[in-house]
Design a protein around this ligand. Structure first.
Ligand SMILES: Nc1ncnc2c1ncn2[C@@H]1O[C@H](COP(=O)(O)OP(=O)(O)OP(=O)(O)O)[C@@H](O)[C@H]1O
Ligand SMILES: [Mg+2]
Length: 361
């Protein structure tokens, strides 16, 4: 969101110079979005020793470094020497690294905004989270220092994997934004619901990738991810006034990313079905997920204490995609077996599949 202050109150700029800065502020959001960074415009205050933030925009394409607005904040020369230097001398200050107000490692770039005579009247500041870059730099550094070829290979592999996950995560973010944009263009409730289903499927896949991209790990704790999916779905789709809780029982289970993604999608559909179909006109409900593994076999049960299924799970209409997707993922991706245990006291779905290459304890 872009916010800007009444410039005339805080600076001694001419009308034309103020108009120039206002113009620039209207483009600030696009700049923040394309550079995946927080961007600000600062002006010099009379006296020449302090600067003030007159406009800001947080990116929609990446997490912001700031939880609160800094609009109107005054920066002293000691705290922001780069900003003051650029404001007074009109020279850019690029690539400084520092710690943000919220304690995140960031890179700050400052460029002057000049009027038609070339006089600096404000600065454009870009601040971007670079904690991931730093982590990778450290890995590359230790890579350069490692002479052990096996260790080297392991490091290269983990760097490449992390980079791939990172790109996948970004792509999923772009797809979600596109769908959300398209969804807003429709006034039909049905169309919006279809989009929301797709968005929730993508979010569940993204959760798996977030997990992988975070530390460059190759395996995912599916118990942890299922908990996250539950929280996400409850917060985004439960009707106000209704109390539906999702519980995940069992031990942590680490699976390779392809199996973890399939399982995340399966659980996404089953939880969503519970929320959508099991608790009509009920005030509360419980959805329980239990994970067990024995040797190379994984057993997963998703149950709810709702009204039960009225349709036969085996002759589902082609119009409903959810359970067809579940069946396909369980049978084809996980090489497993899916069974339904519908009753009037709720629905229980069980999934059983082997983990290949598992070292049996
Ligand atoms: N936990 C449940 N409790 C009660 N009924 C259920 C439950 N799960 C599924 N159903 C019934 O089975 C039908 C098929 O489910 P399915 O997930 O395939 O489709 P959907 O949820 O209607 O649509 P979609 O998942 O494609 O958005 C549902 O419409 C609903 O009637
Ligand atoms: Mg469904």
């Amino acid at each position: 969101m872009v916010m800007s202050l009444a410039l005339e109150q805080v600076t001694n700029l001419t009308y034309e110079q103020q108009e120039l800065i206002k113009n620039m502020s209207t483009n600030l959001q696009v700049i923040a979005d394309i550079s995946q960074a927080d961007v600000f415009i600062d002006c010099l205050l009379p006296g020449g020793k302090t600067a003030i933030v007159v406009a800001e925009a947080n990116p929609n394409t990446a997490p912001s470094l700031y939880q609160e607005s800094v609009l109107g904040q005054v920066a002293l020369e000691e705290a922001e020497p780069g900003v003051l230097f650029c404001l007074k001398n009109g020279k850019p200050v690029i690539g400084s690294r520092g710690i943000s107000q919220e304690n995140i490692v960031m890179q700050q770039d400052i460029v002057p905004i000049t009027d038609c005579d070339g006089k600096p009247i404000a600065v454009l500041i870009k601040e971007r989270d670079i904690s991931e870059t730093i982590r990778n730099e450290r890995k590359v550094k230790s890579l350069m220092e490692t002479t052990n070829s096996q260790e080297r290979q392991k490091l290269v592999q983990s760097l490449v994997i992390q980079e791939i996950h990172h790109r996948v995560k970004n792509n999923l973010q772009v797809i979600s934004s596109l769908l959300r944009l398209q969804m807003r263009r429709s006034s039909s409730k049905e169309v919006r619901e279809v989009f929301e289903d797709s968005l929730s499927r993508i979010s569940s896949m993204a959760l798996v990738h977030n997990y992988l991209a975070k530390d460059g790990l190759e395996e995912v704790d599916v118990k942890f991810v299922m908990g996250q999916i539950g929280t996400l779905l409850v917060s985004s789709s439960v009707i106000p006034g209704q109390n539906i809780q999702v519980f995940v029982h069992g031990e942590s289970l680490f699976l390779p990313s392809d199996k973890a993604t399939s399982l995340a999608l399966v659980v996404n559909e089953l939880i969503q079905n519970g929320i959508k179909h099991a608790f009509h006109s009920r005030e509360s409900g419980r959805i329980e997920i239990t994970i067990n593994s024995r040797k190379q076999m994984v057993y997963l049960i998703v149950s709810d204490n709702g009204s039960g299924m009225t349709v036969q799970p085996n002759d589902l209409q082609s119009s409903s995609l959810g359970l067809q997707l579940v069946r396909m993922l369980v049978e084809e991706e996980l090489d497993g077996v899916l069974s339904f245990f519908p009753s009037t006291r709720g629905t229980k779905v069980s999934i059983m599949f082997p983990i290949r290459d598992k070292v049996m304890e």
